[in-house]
Design a protein around this ligand. Structure first.
Ligand code: CAA
Length: 258
């Protein structure tokens, strides 16, 4: 499928989706969001894909929702159009692991999109922010909820109320990103992480993702039970037998997703 606002490549079991509206710092307009929703859905359904990387350019992961497209909209148009919804839903539905590789600006909807991924690897040039307050609005695709869960109330309030940006070092210190690497190494690091994930049993990586995500949605007791049941259920897979046998035989496991 030929896309106009994103670039999709599949190589060695990893799908890389790069946002590609360089003239607008990858601002998320409805066309891009629709293409992103489709690319994520396709990658999730593609048997060759075992991990997905979502990235932007060196200058911007994404500078937010497209202000030009939104500026004249009315409440009714925003409410009925709900043009963020397909991408939000498609991202939430992806069962395979998704890594955000962030360089440059990840602002507003860009920061929110990165936070919808399973974890964020940032370059040392990354800048995160929820500057919607400067536009007379607030975050609209999860920023107030997800950033608060990532970094806690105080810093989240600071970011949402002042609209200031957070650099990569602060983002790592605050738990927003999992690793920071020099800008030149960003894609190498993301690909290496994705390749490592792609080597595992996909049944186990999908179960791990489900279990971690459940921790946001439920009580500790229910979450622990959910995890335990998933853990038990993995003993019905050939991959569990292979993984444990390989350890005992001091060889590399050959997982077959069975
Ligand atoms: N929407 C539309 N266009 C955008 C954009 C956005 N969010 N961000 C940048 N652009 C465009 C600029 O208009 C400019 O286009 P022109 O050359 O045609 O004028 C081009 O990208 C380059 O931008 P700048 O000249 O501003 O580049 P800069 O390096 O001087 O500044 C920046 C970079 C600090 C990121 C600045 O562009 C900026 O502040 N952008 C807006 C960030 C923002 O407010 N994001 C939140 C959007 S609202 C939102 O996301 C709501 C939500 O939660 C769903």
């Amino acid at each position: 499928m030929a896309y106009e606002t994103i670039i999709v490549e599949v190589e060695d079991h990893v799908a890389t989706i790069a946002l590609n509206r360089p003239d607008a710092l990858n601002a998320l307009n409805s066309h891009l969001l629709a293409e992103l929703a489709q690319a994520l859905t396709e990658a999730d359904a593609n048997d060759k894909v075992r991990c997905i990387i979502l990235t932007g350019s060196a200058k911007a992961f994404a500078a937010g929702a497209d202000i030009k497209e939104m500026s004249e909209k009315t409440f009714v148009e925003m409410f009925l159009g709900d043009f963020f919804e397909p991408a939000i839903e498609a991202t939430a539905k992806v069962r395979k692991p998704v890594i955000a590789a962030v360089s440059g600006y990840a602002l507003g909807g860009g920061c929110e999109l990165a936070m919808m991924c399973d974890f964020i690897i940032a370059s040392d040039t990354a800048k995160f922010g929820q500057p919607e307050i400067n536009l007379g609005v607030i975050a609209g695709i999860g920023g107030t909820q997800r950033l608060t869960r990532y970094v806690g109330k105080s810093k989240s309030m600071d970011m949402h109320l002042t609209g200031r940006f957070m650099d990569a070092e602060e983002a790592e210190r605050s738990g927003l990103v999992s690793r920071v690497v020099p800008a030149k190494k960003l894609m190498e690091e993301a690909q290496s992480a994705a390749s490592k994930i792609a080597e595992k049993s996909m049944i186990a990586t999908m179960a791990a993702k489900q279990a971690v995500n459940r921790s946001y949605e439920t009580t500790l007791t229910e979450g622990l039970l959910f995890e335990r049941r998933l853990f038990h259920s993995l003993f019905s897979t050939e991959d569990q037998k292979e993984g444990m046998a390989a350890f005992l035989e001091k060889r590399t496991a050959q997982f077959r997703d069975r």
